[in-house]
Every structure is written in structure tokens, then in C-alpha cells.
Design a protein around this ligand. Structure first.
Ligand code: EPZ
Length: 417
């Protein structure tokens, strides 16, 4: 199993170009199943989750081809299978989008239950609530979920929990349904807007994505087309924090600064320099960081997917900071690893009280999930006096394209072995 080795102490300087959004890509690829034709998706990140989903879509009978490492052409007109039970499906959370797309187009779907990072319970009751409201029958047995419907009919659905996955999955099922579906208390993340923009480009009729009420008017069919995914808000935030924690000066390019607002504001509160351009943010710091308090919330709140990375930054700020996880039941599993580096943190329920230290120590760490893995890299970048080794980096490769190449280009001492 490969690992990442890092020697900290270097200030990161220069430019990093951000790839397409993982959480848009892993929804748009299943959404191409709804298209009775060819979808060409550009600016896809070259990451394991995209590779896995491409294989899953091929196994359903679609024909796909990478035109280059970031552009995938998918012809779903030949799709003839509505069961996706391969064990790699249960490895990722986003596989549940195959359900919404398959039942939306064919009225039936049999998919392995979704896996994904373990942050305490990750139920899919809101997804099921939406499918059943539209007239589908849902059966869960062993490790598989089967959804069938003679004809999906538009419905008014109120989400009891603001859920990215449920919002997107219900949208996928509603696109070809009879009549209009209203999703209330919907999530507003940029990747939700991106999925809606893709579907509308292919002929769907979706209004309100990005607000807390989304209206989907069912259409007959979707047609071929080309679409470019948005830049990855979470990859961008990770590199912004990498620049700040090393006292560097980095231009984070090919992004939408508005998507980073909550992160930029919090970093400014810490005394970090943030300069916004049309499609970049410059992050610069003299290395002295003020403590602050952060609570993760659904968009436009501070993203939960940047919670581990931000906690590492706060662990080397002056004074005491508090990080509150407001989205998941338990997303502090990485804290024990972080303490190995000398961070002083105590967890009380969904709150982490962080006492800032000047510098972190090298350590042998393991990624407990995708974003925690990225956080361990940041800890390594801030350590002094030796080499940090990170195991289980398969998690990191699921969401970050060429992470060591991008960091090396900024001056980090990092290599994969
Ligand atoms: C998506 O997960 C992302 N994954 C996660 O990113 C992200 O952390 C999360 O949204 C929140 O932004 C993908 O997009 C593939 P939710 P998802 O449904 O859809 C509860 C990463 O690192 N809930 O918005 O699973 C749930 O338990 C990953 O890129 C229900 O109770 O998240 C959680 O507490 C990690 N019932 C809250 O809602 C449901 O039916 C938000 O979950 C669904 C969710």
C-alpha cells in the first residue's frame, strides 16, 4: 500500500490550478443515464471516484470513452441493465445517485447500498421519502436497495434534513416524471446547482436550484449535449489552508471565489491575507494566525468537508479556538491522529476545543477518510524536525487529483512511496 511522505517547514509559493468538483462529477455521471443519447462532460477531476462510476455506468450497458483525462463521453442510449450490485459500488456514497437516475429513466433500480466515509449514521431515509412520495416502491434487503415504479408522478416533498444527496437524488428521479415535483428545504451547495444546470442543458426543466425550494417539471426525454463541471470548492479550500498554514503566498486558480465566501471570511478573521480575482483567490500569510471559532453548516455555511483541514489550521493559531461540527453526527475521528502531531484538542460531543501550538511534530499517521487524509497532509506541511508518513492514502486519491504533484510545484517536500 503506498503512502505519502512529507517534510514540513517550507512556505508554499506560486500557483495551483483547481480541478472540477468531485461532488458535482459523482452526481453528473449517474445523471447521464437519464439522457437517451450522448453526454460529453468536461473538466472532470481525474480521481478514483470518477473511474469507479465510469465502470459502473459501463456495466449498465452504456458505452463511454475518455476523450482526454478530464473529458468523458457517455452514450446512454444503449443502456439496458438497471442493476448495479458490483462491490465497488458499495465502496462509495455517491453510488446512490444511480438509483434516482435508473428509476427516473426506466422505473426500476437495484443498487448495492451506498458506503462512503463513516461519520456516524449516514441514513438515506430522505432519499426514500422522496422516491415513495413520487409513487415508487422501495425494498431494502441484505446489502441492496431496490426501487420500482410503474410511473413516477411529481410530488411535493419536504426534506426533514437539509441533505445534498437527497436533494440531488430526488431531482434525478423527477426529471422525466409525470407532472411537477417540488423539493422544499432543499440543500443549496454549488454542486447541486451544477447538476441542475447539466440536466437543463440536456432538456430538463428545473428551477430554483441553489435555493431551498426546487421545482422540477417532468419532460418526455433528455437529448445529447456537452457540459463543463464547476471547479471544486473543497479542493480549493484545502489549498487555501495549505498556503496559510505554511505562511506562504499562493494563487488558487480556476475557481469561483463566491463559492469560497465562508472560508475566505473565516481566514480573514485569522489575520490571513485574502485577495479575490475573477477566477482566483490569492492567499498570503506571515505565519502568525489568530484563533477563531467555526461551525460547519450546509451551504452557504462553512463546509463540513473543510472541517478537518480547518481544525489543523486552528491547531497552530494563537490561543483557543472552537470547531463545531453542525452537519454530521461524528466527524472528529481524525482528532486522535492529529494529536500524534502535538496538537492540543479536546472533543466534547460535536465540539472540538483547540489550544493553538507554535508548530506540529512529524508523525506516522493514517487517513481515516478523504478529508481527514487531506488534513493529515496539512499537519505534515506544518511539522518540523523530521518526516511525516501518511498511510491509507487511497482515501485521498478518491478526491484529490495529483495531490503530491500540485504541492511539490508549490515548494512542498512531499513524495509518494
Ligand atoms: C454529500 O454527502 C457529500 N458527498 C459529502 O462530501 C458532504 O460532506 C455532504 O454532502 C454534506 O455537504 C457527496 O456529495 C458524494 P447529506 P451526503 O445528505 O449527500 C443526514 C466528501 O468528502 N441525512 O447532505 O451523504 C446525514 O446523516 C464527502 O466529499 C439524513 O439524516 O450528505 C447528515 O447528518 C464526505 N437522511 C446530513 O443529513 C438522509 O436521507 C447531511 O448529509 C440523508 C442525509
Amino acid at each position: 500500500m503506498s503512502e505519502l511522505c512529507i517534510r514540513g517547514g517550507n512556505r508554499l509559493m506560486g500557483n495551483v490550478v483547481i480541478n472540477g468538483a468531485k461532488n458535482a462529477a459523482v452526481a453528473i455521471l449517474p445523471a447521464t443515464i437519464l439522457v437517451d443519447g450522448v453526454s460529453t462532460i468536461e473538466n472532470l477531476p481525474n480521481i478514483d471516484d470518477v473511474i469507479i462510476l465510469n465502470k459502473a455506468i459501463q456495466s449498465l450497458g452504456a458505452t463511454t470513452q475518455f476523450l482526454d483525462e478530464h473529458t468523458l463521453e457517455i452514450d446512454a442510449s444503449t443502456l439496458n441493465n438497471t442493476s448495479a450490485l458490483d462491490e465497488c459500488i458499495s465502496k462509495m456514497r455517491a453510488s446512490y445517485y444511480l438509483i434516482g437516475a435508473l428509476v427516473g429513466r426506466f422505473g426500476r433500480a437495484k443498487v448495492a447500498m451506498p458506503g462512503g466515509c463513516d461519520f456516524g449514521g449516514r441514513p438515506i431515509d430522505q432519499h426514500i421519502k422522496g422516491f415513495e412520495a413520487m409513487g415508487a416502491t422501495v425494498k431494502i434487503e441484505k446489502n441492496m436497495i431496490e426501487v420500482t415504479a410503474k410511473q413516477l408522478v411529481g410530488a411535493r416533498i419536504y426534506l426533514d434534513v437539509v441533505s445534498v444527496g437527497a436533494t440531488i437524488n430526488i431531482m434525478l428521479a423527477a426529471v422525466l416524471a409525470q407532472g411537477t415535483t417540488i423539493i422544499e428545504n432543499s440543500a443549496k451547495e454549488p454542486h447541486i446547482v451544477d447538476v441542475a444546470n447539466f440536466l437543463n442543458k440536456m432538456g430538463a426543466n428545473i428551477k430554483g436550484a441553489g435555493t431551498n425550494v426546487i421545482r422540477v417539471r417532468g419532460v418526455e426525454k433528455l437529448h445529447s449535449g456537452r457540459y463543463t463541471t464547476v471547479p471544486d470548492q473543497i479542493e480549493a479550500g484545502t489549498y487555501m489552508i495549505a498556503a496559510a498554514i505554511t505562511g506562504g503566498d499562493v494563487y488558487v486558480r480556476n475557481i469561483i471565489p463566491e463559492h469560497m465566501e465562508s472560508v475566505s471570511y473565516k481566514m480573514r478573521e485569522m489575520g490571513i491575507g485574502i485577495e479575490e480575482g475573477d477566477d482566483y483567490i490569492r492567499v498570503f500569510s506571515n505565519g502568525r494566525l489568530k484563533s477563531t471559532n467555526v461551525k460547519t453548516l450546509p451551504y452557504p455555511g462553512f463546509p463540513t468537508d473543510l472541517q478537518p483541514q480547518m481544525s489543523v489550521l486552528l491547531s497552530v493559531a494563537d490561543g483557543e479556538s472552537v470547531m463545531i461540527e453542525g452537519v454530521f453526527e461524528n466527524r472528529f475521528q481524525y482528532i486522535d491522529q492529529l494529536k500524534e502531531t502535538g496538537a492540543i484538542i479536546r472533543v466534547e460531543g460535536n465540539k472540538a476545543i483547540i489550544q493553538g501550538v507554535d508548530v506540529l511534530k512529524p508523525a506516522t499517521l493514517k487517513a481515516t477518510d478523504l478529508r481527514a487524509g487531506a488534513a493529515m497532509i496539512l499537519a505534515g506541511l506544518k511539522s518540523e524536525g523530521g518526516e511525516t508518513v501518511i498511510h491509507n492514502i487511497k482515501y485521498i486519491d478518491r478526491g484529490y487529483e495529483q495531490v503530491e504533484k500540485k504541492l511539490s510545484a508549490l515548494g512542498a517536500q512531499i513524495y509518494r512511496q
